[in-house]
Design a protein around this ligand. Sequence first.
Ligand SMILES: [Cu+2]
Length: 359
Amino acid sequence: MRRGGIDRRAFLGVGGAAIICTIGGRTIRVETPEDVAEVDAAVRRLKAPRAVAAARAEGLDAVDELKFGTPEPQPGGQVREYWIEARSLIWDVAPTGRDEFMGHAIPKPRTFRAFAYRQWSPGFAAPLGPPSIPGPTLEAEVGDVLRVHFRNGDEHFGQAVTMHPHGVRYTPDYDGAYMGDYTRVGGFIAPGEEFTYTWEATPDSVGVWAYHDHGPNEDLNTHRGLFGMIVVREKGAPRPDVEAGLWFHQFAPAITKLRRNFQCVNGRVAAGNTPTIRAKVGQHVTFHVFGADDMLHTFHIHGHRWRAPDGTFTDNQLLGPMTSVTASWVEDNPGRWLYHCHVLSHMHAGMNGWYLVDP
Ligand SMILES: [Cu+2]
């Protein structure tokens, strides 16, 4: 049966895996845009969970009664404040209309409603740009705290969202995770509400990490674009000359209501739309590459090699859901290079981009 332009067979046939959503005690197998609408409606009907302290007594464990403070920076550290809003927007996966890798046009339709984080100036005075996929990069050094003022500024989807960090230290209040009746304050930020998360950059936070929505509809809303990067460095450590954050993920037909399954880097398909990274010979270059969907990907870049965590050299490294690969080198090979996921069906459906090195 053909409904809303995409039937079940077409959806699965273009490589979209079914997403299983559990919401309001029901499990919904998401295969069509109609299934997505059903999940969204169920999430919109959710009431804010009662604070644990006020929740029913039975089923509560002592850990649920714990009270937590708000951490301050270590001596010599600082507070790094961000103002971040989540809102939906109409998103074009290929603004140039061209696939420069294969040399052809990318036909319309290419736009749909996505969900993205957006950075504002202090006090939410003014937006610092449009919502972006990935969201703004959050940076800290060991000993700092990240204080992230978060606002759910979206009316279209009408559902609670959050920011859940990886890698930094946080108490359950700042976990940003919806957990039914056990949800703490940061785990259900309804439309129009604000919440301030405080996360610590500890010595074991050094590295790059994901943050993403972990509200009651995490599954769909992360697939819609609610993810971004946290970078924690040693105190005083320099930034590389070139530092790129790339996210490999798909915009599946169930999410976009479009027929094609778009295999994306940072929300765009195909070289020319995906990020073009530029460097010069002699520069210290670092790529951080994340998987942001349920698929297995690899990060491959032509003309370059780097050390994998096991100490061997590689030019093609595996990454999975919300894991990352960091590839670093001192640039010595000028020219136009391709980077891409080496799952060939991903690469040829758009998961590729340019790396341009000047002499
Ligand atoms: Cu891939």
